[in-house]
Design a protein around this ligand. Structure first.
Ligand code: SF4
Ligand code: SF4
Ligand code: FES
Length: 303
């Protein structure tokens, strides 16, 4: 629950004008208005959330991560209070690791590739919130374990689990490679899950005196039967198209047709619209739907 919006406008009337950071034609860097950011904060998992505003001097070509670094270095809110630095996740800074997903101006995006000059074209202030479909750990850091658990559910790997030399792998034609490559660019960022109406938040809060093992078990159990998500469906199709990965195609289809599988997809196509890698998720979902139907009919006759 959000407590309050604090630190509203101070005596500083350098307020931003719409488009103030966008085109850079009118004002020099020194004349540019400060960048104002409001962050939805949460001190602990399961705690209450609250808004806090920050302001940093304008610099051209910043991204959201560099803004957060500058905010952390100051650790002072817009109304002059010393506050704990905002926590966030990031690693690669080039849209590869998938860890920096957050809601930037209300839209799920990668913070590292969200450019401030562009964002200031959207409004006077940049708004940062954690993803809403995953439990908040602290501030903008969320627990994405369910995302990876979905990949486990559909066995999103090639099952070659030993150290023997198997010789050269099976040949894959250039056409097959071209077809599979876009799916292999998934960075497990969770944008598709954040945008999906069928993927709803599941949060398991530690009970008083509960051990870490018991909490982990309850957490895993709570994921079962929940929608696996577009990323997992797409990865299942990727590994089912691989000549070696195909060895356990039936197991993946079994997972995709069980509770929380592809039948939950409402085909709203929000996922494909927000994927930063432009992965053809609706194509994967359509393929998975067809494969699941054929598999279910085959299984009926095999009985
Ligand atoms: S098409 Fe399916 S997976 Fe994608 S957003 Fe819609 S319901 Fe979710
Ligand atoms: S499919 Fe796209 S949006 Fe979904 S996790 Fe992969 S890269 Fe992110
Ligand atoms: S920091 Fe790795 S994707 Fe943004």
């Amino acid at each position: 629950m959000i407590k309050a919006v604090d630190g509203t406008v101070t005596g500083n009337d350098h307020g931003h004008s719409a488009g103030g950071g966008g085109n850079g034609h009118a004002a020099s860097v020194a004349e540019r208005k400060p960048i104002r950011v409001r962050v939805l904060r949460q001190d602990v998992a399961g705690g209450e959330s609250y808004w806090e505003r920050f302001e940093i001097p304008y610099e051209p070509n910043l991204n959201v991560i560099s803004v957060l670094q500058k905010i952390a270095a100051r650790a002072t809110s817009l109304d002059g209070r010393a506050v704990a630095p905002v926590a966030w996740d990031c690693c690669c800074l080039e849209e590869v690791c998938g860890s920096c997903t957050m809601l930037v101006n209300g839209r799920t995006r990668m913070a590292c590739s969200s450019l401030v000059d562009k964002l200031l074209e959207e409004g006077d202030e940049i708004e940062l919130r954690p993803m809403s479909k995953f439990p908040v750990v602290r501030d903008l850091v969320v627990d994405r374990r369910r995302l990876f658990h979905s990949l486990e559910r559909v066995k999103a790997w090639v099952p070659v689990d030993d150290s023997y030399d198997h010789g050269p792998g099976p040949r894959i034609s250039p056409e097959e490679q071209q077809d599979a490559y876009p799916l292999a660019t998934c960075i497990s960022c969770g944008c598709c899950l954040e945008a999906c109406p069928q993927f709803t938040k599941v949060e398991t809060v530690q009970r008083a005196g509960e051990t870490a093992e018991s909490l982990e078990k309850r957490r895993k159990d709570s994921f079962e039967g929940q929608f696996v998500g577009a990323h997992a469906i797409s990865q299942a199709m990727l590994f089912n198209s691989h000549p070696t990965g195909r060895m356990i195609a039936d197991e993946r289809l079994e997972a995709l047709t069980s509770a929380g599988g592809i039948q939950m997809c409402g085909n709203a196509q929000n996922c494909v619209a927000v994927c930063p890698k432009h992965i053809p998720l609706t194509r994967s979902i359509a393929r998975a739907g067809r494969a699941a139907t054929v598999w279910a009919i085959k299984r009926l006759f095999d009985r």
